[in-house]
Design a protein around this ligand. Structure first.
Ligand SMILES: N[C@@H](CCC(=O)N[C@@H](CS)C(=O)NCC(=O)O)C(=O)O
Length: 315
């Protein structure tokens, strides 16, 4: 695992020395937008854009879910990286047909030969101009939700204007405490920073569980972007974060409402196809050798996400 400095790859892990043992996620750098109104150089077109994802990564997973639900599979192509992320960072099992790269950092230096920063998934690539439009999942999902409606299912809107403010507010809370919260717990190198992240995470899960006692989804009776952003962390939680990231006060299976809510979302047609537990477990347990030096991947836990969710009558 490493990063690019002036376009050159360096194998080096996150430095937590300057932050008292806390994991601090760096800002994403490619922040352009595909816009249907022509206000940017990136117009929506079928076959023009391509996603580079890891099936293990919760941030990339958001983009795969939106692509699936919005019916954009024939419009936007996908390349999946190898589950293991080691000395060379993310790599491709065979040279990527879109850019000819064997490692994701080559995709970054094709876009910007002097790029400095981490090489992360997801990446939204523009085949026409040979560059990265965005490597920020939160913004890619917004593009997929709205800007490709000429090609996908325009009747589905996961970020409706009347709920936008509330979605943004919940997203900020869920990002800090849950999505990034599990990483802050798992990547902390001091007891204190780990415990802070752990306490904040479980207080947030308790609050979300209570909220979901009264309503089927986070914003009421319709699925929104906020649900899919929470889902990708919940679905990894019992398989990986409980053990590997030491988030073990409770499992999602122990929460009366979050557990059914997770199954409810998992059973939305098409979503289960975006979930790959082999990639998920192998990536985390075998890539983070500073946390799990043997790289041995646990066989369990037994999960039954196809069990009845009984959420239809909530709210
Ligand atoms: N803010 C980014 C974060 C993406 C991210 O951190 N992805 C992880 C995989 S789960 C990654 O590629 N990490 C590689 C690294 O940090 O070197 C987003 O949401 O798109």
């Amino acid at each position: 695992m490493g990063l690019l400095i002036d376009g050159r790859w360096h194998d080096q892990w996150y430095d937590t020395k300057n932050s008292g043992g806390a994991f601090v996620r760096p800002e994403t750098q490619f922040r352009n937008w595909v816009r249907a109104d022509g206000s940017t150089p990136f117009q929506p077109e079928a076959g023009r854009y391509h996603l580079f994802v890891s099936l293990a990564c919760p941030w990339a997973h958001r983009t795969l879910i939106l692509r699936k639900l919005k019916g954009l599979e024939d419009v936007i192509g996908v390349t999946v990286v190898d589950p293991l992320m080691r000395e060379e960072g993310w790599t491709f099992p065979e040279p990527d047909p879109i850019t000819g790269s064997t490692r994701l950092h080559e995709v970054y230096t094709k876009a910007d030969p002097t790029y400095s920063g981490r090489v992360t998934v997801p990446v939204l690539w523009d085949r026409k101009t040979g560059t990265i439009v965005s490597n920020e999942s939160a913004e890619i999902v917004r593009m997929l939700n709205r800007e490709f409606d000429a090609f996908g299912d325009a009747s589905l809107d996961f970020y409706p204007a009347e709920l936008a403010e509330e979605i943004d507010r919940l997203n900020a809370f869920v990002y800090d405490r849950v999505n990034n919260g599990v990483y802050k717990a798992g990547f902390a190198t001091s007891q204190e920073k780990y415990e802070q992240a752990f306490d904040a995470l479980f207080a947030a899960l308790d609050e979300l569980d209570e909220r979901l006692a009264k309503q089927r989804y986070l914003l009421g009776n319709r699925q929104t972007e906020a649900d899919w952003r929470l889902f990708t962390t919940l679905v990894r939680f019992d398989a990986v974060y409980v053990g590997h990231f030491k988030c073990n006060l409770r499992r999602i299976a122990d929460y009366p409402h979050l557990s059914g809510y997770l199954r409810d979302l998992y059973q939305v047609p098409g979503v289960a196809e975006t979930v790959d537990f082999h990639h998920i477990k192998r990536h985390y347990y075998a890539s983070h050798t500073m946390i799990n030096p043997t790289g041995v991947v646990p066989k369990g836990p037994a999960l039954d996400l196809d069990a009845p969710h009984e959420r239809g009558s909530v709210g």
